[in-house]
Design a binder for this molecule. Structure first.
Ligand code: NAD
Ligand code: FE2
Length: 439
């Protein structure tokens, strides 16, 4: 209520004074432990809190802004606390959106029990595929309509959250998911979404991005929409202990990619810079430990924070050509997103050194990664070393990718919304050359 009242008070003057406000969110600078009741109200008003209109990352605009979910839980025990919050918010018919791997490790049953013990009726959609598809979204949507669910809980990594965002968006806005490709195409808030993250990671549990694969065209659509942001994000490291080493490595390098791309992005600002650099530092210190020993509590916790920081950075500064190109590989060959990013990251950054600002910023990345030389070249070499240390193969040819597809992959990469904030806009031939160098 408080926030709604505040918005109605300030919105007219904001729209008069700001030429192009491209994003806005409520920031809650208080510890939830000390302000529990106030934050409960914030969480419950999630459906209505963000009524500002947005456009793309307007490079010409002097206005920068910051999106982050208003309520985020971290640390051991967050899953139970999330169930308490769902009860307090009065959600009664919950659809869990998850994948077979999460069912197998018993995490879905645990969440279902916690919700049922607190009086919710729980339905489950467990068909999410890695690189979730339009069909996955439509199948989940059918269940929402059939059972009249009032909320969604996504459990898993980026695939479960992105699929849930697609379902939640269509549940209130109607139409097809392709209608929302691009930036802020939806008109209404989505169904309330609570996202429990089990990888570290995509940070999809707290971003306004949803990446959905269109099976017929073999492309990944980037939906960047303020309405897709969950009302509550949950990062409980206990849900991450069982993540196998290969997935820990892939998702950890995805987090690093988010931070590096956001840091060199043309839409970066001092807030996203701080988030990005801290993410880089934590991934440099803890990823290897989490890969070597998945039960290393400190490493898991630090990686959960790292990926969230990376999420805060790219949710607001956006990404670049690593993601624009990786999305095509994921959509075309259905290979893990983090692996595609990890291999492409050094090659795209080498290309980005054409831009003096980006080159200098990559020197900062080298510093955060503990390199002796604070240069772009040192950062690029260090990223390659990190890949090797966590067992990621250095070239795309090891993933079954075919050179003959470079032309089509490059054309599709040029259409991906994530490329808009890359520090240098490559030509089609340059994108093909980057694919070739990474091959
Ligand atoms: N929306 C965003 O902001 C954003 C950002 C980056 C990437 N993405 C998207 O996210 C997707 C990739 O997500 P991801 O890398 O998190 O992987 P994922 O969600 O595809 O999961 C990969 C596998 O890991 C298993 N798994 C997950 N957590 C586990 C755990 N704790 N223990 C054991 N197994 C577990 C899953 O069952 C699944 O089989 C891609 O489609 C990518 O495009 C989205
Ligand atoms: Fe990513």
């Amino acid at each position: 209520m408080l926030i709604r009242r505040w918005i109605s008070r300030v919105q007219p003057s904001l729209s008069r004074n700001i030429r192009s406000i491209h994003s806005f969110s409520t920031a809650i600078p208080l510890s939830w432990k000390t302000c529990h009741s106030q934050l409960n109200k914030t969480f419950a008003t999630g459906l209505a809190y963000n009524s500002f209109s947005t456009s793309t990352h307007a490079r010409s605009s002097p206005v920068s802004a910051f999106y982050v979910p208003s309520f985020n839980l971290f640390g051991k025990g967050s899953l139970v606390e999330a169930a308490n919050q769902i009860k307090l918010s009065g959600y009664k018919k919950v659809l869990i959106v998850t994948d077979p791997g999460i069912i197998k490790i018993g995490l879905c049953d645990r969440a279902k029990d916690l919700l049922e013990e607190r009086g919710s009726t729980v339905y489950i959609y467990n068909g999410v595929q890695p690189n979730p598809t339009v069909t996955n979204v439509m199948d989940g949507l059918k269940l929402i309509k059939e059972f009249g669910c009032d909320s969604i809980v996504s459990i898993g990594g980026g695939s479960a959250h992105d699929c849930a965002k697609g379902i939640a968006l269509l549940a209130t806005n109607g139409g097809e998911i392709a209608d929302y490709e691009g930036v802020d195409k939806s008109l209404k808030p989505q169904l309330p979404l609570i996202s429990v993250n089990t990888t570290a990671g995509t940070a999809s549990e707290m971003t306004r991005f949803a990446i959905i694969t269109e099976e017929t065209r073999h492309i990944k659509m980037a939906i960047i929409d303020k309405h897709t942001m969950p009302v509550l994000s949950v990062n409980d490291p206990e849900t991450m202990y069982g993540l196998p080493p290969s997935l820990t490595a892939a998702t950890g390098m995805d987090a690093l990619t988010h931070a590096v791309e956001a840091y060199v992005s043309t839409a970066a600002n001092p807030i996203t810079d701080a988030c990005a650099l801290k993410c880089v530092e934590l991934v440099g210190q803890y990823l290897r430990r989490a890969v070597v020993n998945g039960k290393d509590q400190e490493a898991r916790e630090k990686m959960a924070y790292a990926q969230f920081l990376g999420g805060m950075a790219f949710n607001n500064a956006s990404l670049g050509y690593v993601h624009a190109m990786a999305h095509q590989l994921g959509g075309f060959y259905n290979i893990p997103h983090g692996i595609c990013n990890a291999i492409l990251l050094p090659h795209v950054q080498l290309f980005n050194t054409k831009d003096a600002r980006a080159a200098s910023r990559l020197g900062d990345v080298a510093l955060q990664l503990g390199c002796q030389d604070h240069t772009a070249q040192a950062a690029i070499e260090k990223i390659k070393d990190m890949n090797e240390q966590v067992g990621i193969k250095p070239y795309l040819r090891f993933l079954g990718i075919l050179e003959k597809d470079f032309e089509e992959l490059s054309k599709n990469a040029a259409k991906d919304a994530c490329g808009a904030t890359n520090p240098v806009q490559p030509t089609l031939d340059e994108v093909k050359s980057i694919f070739a160098a990474a091959y």
